[in-house]
Design a protein around this ligand. Sequence first.
Ligand SMILES: Cc1ncc(COP(=O)(O)O)c(C=O)c1O
Length: 375
Amino acid sequence: MDTTWIEISKKSIQHNVKTIRSLINKNTLLAPCVKSNAYGHGMREMAKLLIPHKVNMLCVASIEEALVLRESGISIPLLIMGFVPHARLGDILDSRASIFVCEPQTARTLSRLALAARTTVNVHIKVDTGMGRQGLMPRQLNAFIKFIQSLKGLRWEGIATHFASADEPEHPQHFYDQLKIFTHLVKGIKKDRQGFPLIHCANSAATFLEPQSHFDMVRPGLAVYGYYPNDATKKTCLAQGMPLHPSLALKTKIAAVKKIPKDACVSYGCTFITKHHTRIAVLPVGYYDGIDRALSNRGHVLIRGHRAPILGRVCMNITVVDVTRLPHITQKDEAVIIGTQGREEITIEEMARHIGTINYEVTTRLRENIRHIYL
Ligand SMILES: Cc1ncc(COP(=O)(O)O)c(C=O)c1O
């Protein structure tokens, strides 16, 4: 029996996918991001859950992730969006995954490997329209397209860009500038009879906020799991009566309950000293599990539907909370670290605020081998 576990609501995931589907054109492909352990939600299980819901492709970050999905029997198209080391390019053939390319050396090697194996590799050209990260510069695009088309063994399956300001609603202009550049770049592209190359750029924020960004395919990540990338997306969803449903709860069983006297130190560094007799509950979770140390003396957990404040420093495997006001709780009680209990809720966003980060980081930081239960 695990002392700490993650519950994922299948219903919430289904609702979120349905909501995203309802926003996009019937012919627009849906390619959810399941990279980074599906943002902490469990990559294999999420892939299996998503596939029956009119999902056309799954986006991963690495060749390792693509191979894990293939070994789990997942056969739908995969797109590797992250960096693949040169030495691993041969595995792209085994994974039958499509891959972002933006420099000649990778394309040449893939072509050579594909020819030797008498197969083809699907490539998506990645353009940097203002993210300043991966991708070739717009002025290099025409020559690169010709180059890709000249290489045998490669099939030009897509062209893509990525937005820099998904979680920065203060800078909407940069998003529109990028969209304008990309729209201009793809205008002249001739497609084959099957509609390739696919044109795509929309992450969650773009999918919700700007239909012009949908093109042939959208690549939402965060929204699939029920979280908003920024307030603008949240406002839009709520105004349209389309709230997303958070799908993840993190729970643990109380390890011990005890009384400590006035003036007692709690946890490393004695950053909390009791002002009176205090009843504490000791929780078997800590920063190793993804409970950020910045929640020390700040965060709360829910026990029996009440907020119990975190006392002192979050340790590697232990966190102490104040349950003085909850006299009846025992070792048998559950503590909700993320999620709802009774009328109370601790959101991922609340946690992110305390820590000084974004919701993306909170879920992806959860220890990967915490048992996930899909309900
Ligand atoms: C290339 C690319 N596309 C799509 C996404 C999905 O973004 P979001 O989770 O904001 O929807 C990401 C996320 O990091 C990404 O790197």
